[in-house]
Design a protein around this ligand. Structure first.
Ligand code: DX5
Ligand code: ZN
Length: 220
């Protein structure tokens, strides 16, 4: 099967102590750090951008899994590439016209391209991006409406994960929103292998236990 990647969402961390929060998650066994980039337009919230990624990069070699909840992802490719982002996942809803150009530029800047979809977007919309000659390397299935941490997991989204896993046995499939000990089994059995979790990890007394429990669920 595909390898588990557990990605704490730094949106739930103490932003004033980002470097130490990142190191704490890595010490707890995190594979990736999930970085939620929002523009206050694609979603009704504003978070971080390339300057913060650049600052964090000076403190860690970790894989920075950037999730672009922005209306114009192409404008972020150069700055994020320079800042040291690792993954660049854009939304399919805003890239109907230019996803091929986006994927090409993301790879040119040394990042790994992924595509995300909102709960209301049909899974078929991402098939061409996975099947292209120059494909995305991950699909992020949103399991809440993007914008905020701490929302309730939408189990209906597991139909999308199952459809992807049936078609693409080795694809990285990420789920994001409401993941934690009570929802991980649904996501893992549907076929998700990259698990984003914010409030369940940062809210735990022992984040390392939550991370290893989720890893176990994906790998068994
Ligand atoms: C929501 C973000 C998520 C969020 C997840 O728009 O994309 O990454 O931080 O937080 P939890 O795990 O608390 O739902
Ligand atoms: Zn996210």
């Amino acid at each position: 099967g595909v390898k588990a990647k557990i990605a704490p969402s730094m949106l739930s961390s103490d932003f004033a102590n980002l470097a130490s929060e990142a190191q704490r998650m890595l010490d707890c066994g995190a594979d990736w750090l999930h970085m939620d980039i929002m523009d206050g337009h694609f979603v009704p919230n504003l978070t971080i951008g390339a300057p913060v990624i650049e600052s964090l990069r000076k403190h860690t070699k970790a894989y920075l899994d950037c999730h672009l909840m922005v209306t114009d992802p192409l404008a972020y490719v150069d700055p994020l590439g320079k800042a040291g982002a690792s993954g660049f996942t854009f939304h399919v809803e805003v890239s109907k016209e230019n996803w091929q150009e986006l994927v090409q530029n993301i790879k040119l800047k040394g990042m790994r391209p992924g595509v995300a979809l909102k709960p209301g977007t049909p899974i078929e919309d991402v098939f061409p991006l996975v099947e292209s000659d120059n494909p995305v390397e991950m699909v992020l299935v949103m399991t809440v409406e993007p914008g905020f941490g701490g929302q309730k997991f939408m189990p209906e989204m597991m139909n999308k994960v199952r459809a992807l896993r049936e078609k693409y046995p080795s694809l990285d499939i990420e789920v994001d929103g409401g993941l934690g000990p009570s929802t991980i089994d649904a996501a893992a059995s549907a076929g998700a292998n990259c698990i984003v979790a914010g409030s369940s990890v940062f809210g735990a007394a022992e984040p390392g236990q939550v991370i290893s429990l989720m890893r176990k669920s994906v790998e068994e």
